[in-house]
Ligand binder design. Structure first.
Ligand code: SF4
Length: 237
């Protein structure tokens, strides 16, 4: 069997082992049994990020958490990140960002005004891809209710040929998210109190423009709905 075939077989087996699980059970199985030391969380420390962060912290506070620091975040997000690190006693939060040579093409820092795809590529996609190279699996906070390409999200999916991606909250509703914040007394992002339902980089985040569509304030009016870090996707089982 070739190395590629072995890898494919290994990830098929892991996907099968994780199917049928979600939220805490999915995380416990992946973090404790299948990918110990080879799994990370990717978090934007946004409006609902505290739920997944709290769940993983209850399992293992040492899990690596990757925060893509694009240099364009709201100061409130950076403050919220630091507060959650402290509150949840997260032990390995890694702020990763674009290398200097990569942002040479955005010397004014205004590339987002003319080419959001190129800006996301150098500030998010490339740094994250490099950081994920040491992991076999990563965890996101995406939900189906967020719509668009997320509406058919599976709880476990292939992320290209060599990695898996877990979406432990894929099946959750907004009410369940709110209940988790209340039940565990988790702090909210400061901008959530001002109506921001989905929070990314400052220049590309506004208040929701459509009722019931939490992500409608992201890249509003540009026809863009994702930054590009979720290139691969799967359909819900
Ligand atoms: S969200 Fe906006 S500012 Fe952030 S990386 Fe993408 S285009 Fe640039």
């Amino acid at each position: 069997m070739t190395e590629a075939a072995i890898t494919e077989h290994r990830f098929d087996a892991a996907l099968q082992a994780l199917s049928g699980y979600d939220d805490v059970e999915l995380l416990s199985k992946a973090m404790g049994e299948i990918f110990p030391d080879r799994i990370s969380v990717v978090s934007a420390f946004g409006a609902e990020s505290a739920v997944v962060l709290d769940m993983v912290a209850r399992i293992d506070r040492k899990i690596p958490i990757l925060f893509v620091d694009t240099g364009k975040h709201f100061k409130e997000t950076l403050e919220y990140r630091d507060m959650l690190i402290d509150r949840l006693r997260l032990e390995d939060v890694r702020s990763i960002g674009p290398a200097q040579d990569k942002i040479a093409g955005d010397q004014t820092g205004l590339l987002h005004q003319t080419n959001t795809d190129a800006c996301c590529e150098i500030r998010k996609v490339i740094p994250l891809e490099e950081a994920l190279s040491e992991f076999d699996c990563w965890i996101t906070g995406r939900k189906r209710f967020q719509g668009g390409s997320r509406s058919t999200l599976a709880t476990a999916e292939a992320d290209g040929p060599t990695r898996l991606k877990l979406n432990p909250l894929a099946n959750w509703s907004p009410a369940r998210i709110d209940a988790y914040f209340d039940n565990y007394g988790l702090p909210r992002h400061p901008l959530w109190f001002k109506g921001y339902a989905s929070i990314g980089c400052g220049p590309c985040t506004g208040l929701p423009t459509e009722a019931g569509d939490s992500r409608s304030g992201r890249w509003s009016g540009l026809g863009k709905t994702e930054c590009g870090i979720h290139r691969y996707g799967s359909q819900a089982a």
